[in-house]
Write a new protein. Sequence first.
Length: 380
Amino acid sequence: MFWLALITLLLLVACLIEFGIGQRRIRQLTEIEPVNDADAPRVSVIVAARNEARKIEAALQSVLKQDYPNLEVIVVNDRSTDETGAILDRLAQTNSRLRVVPLRELPAGWLGKNFAHHHGAESATGTWLLFTDADVVMAPETLRRAMSYAVRERLDHLAVGPRLAMPGLVLEMFGGAFMLFFTFYAKPWKARDPKSPRHIGIGAFNLVRTEVYRQIGGHQPIALRPDDDMKLGKLIKKHGYRQDVVLSGPLLTVEWYGSLRELMRGLEKNLFAGVEYNLAVLVMASVLQLAVFVWPFVAVFVTGDATRWLNAGCVFAIAALYADSARPHGLPRWHWIGFPVMVLLFQYILWRAMLKTLINGGIDWRGTHYALKDLKANRV
């Protein structure tokens, strides 16, 4: 127990130092001056929409109100059966920058969202493509600031991390925990380093040069990836192009999930994909998470002497990591007290996703079944 506590503490302190330095290298979008009209290239915003009637109007209105001089908005209505189509038609009648592309059939070998993005990009006229979701709300200057950074830094791909709007204390705590997990997984400050294999992609805001997107094959190489945003970033990085990430602050927001049930349902499609559908990797990741992030909270009460103090140090380091991760995302730092419970909830969702995928022989998402053998074959 003593050596486990010591090793865990050393690991957490090392992470605290690395994360503390790394996260401060990530710029905030609010700090970046907007691009001038003369330097603003044409941008095509691509939105995939399937049964998004509850959120799409507010999201699209925010896109159409962008203070950007050279913009087109392409929304692919992916087989929607609710009022999404009617809302899109009404909005298109009053705004010439909006073009609605109906999609009535999904070709074999594609996830719906991935094909919708690919299909929408085929007719895009912009020299840059912005892939975003149908529930993302942007402040009017968001695109101007993002494009300014992309042009100035000579990037080929820029991802922007949004603020998560999570209703209720439990969901908000989970959002903070998930952001910390994502930081461990992605180490996003390394995305811009061409020598690092780390990569980045964020579904809420993936801004890509059109020429680069077409040279890597668009979404075709990741046609069956539920984690398409990250894998798009990986493809771009693997082909030697330049990418980076910034944080949006209050300029970009998304209601991630509206309830705990919605959260579990939403994450089950891509958590197992994140470990390449590998059961051994999932088990190792689970053991590591429980040992590092949950056990110290228990060990403080069930161990004694030096071991107890080492575990207390682990708890302090976890609290510091959580607080430092929450700061740039505008989340309350004191939510660290619920972190071990959120780790257990994450483990439940992860294992539930894995078991459902294996039992069902694949994933069911938005009315379509995708076979596990096909999902596993699409490696990047």
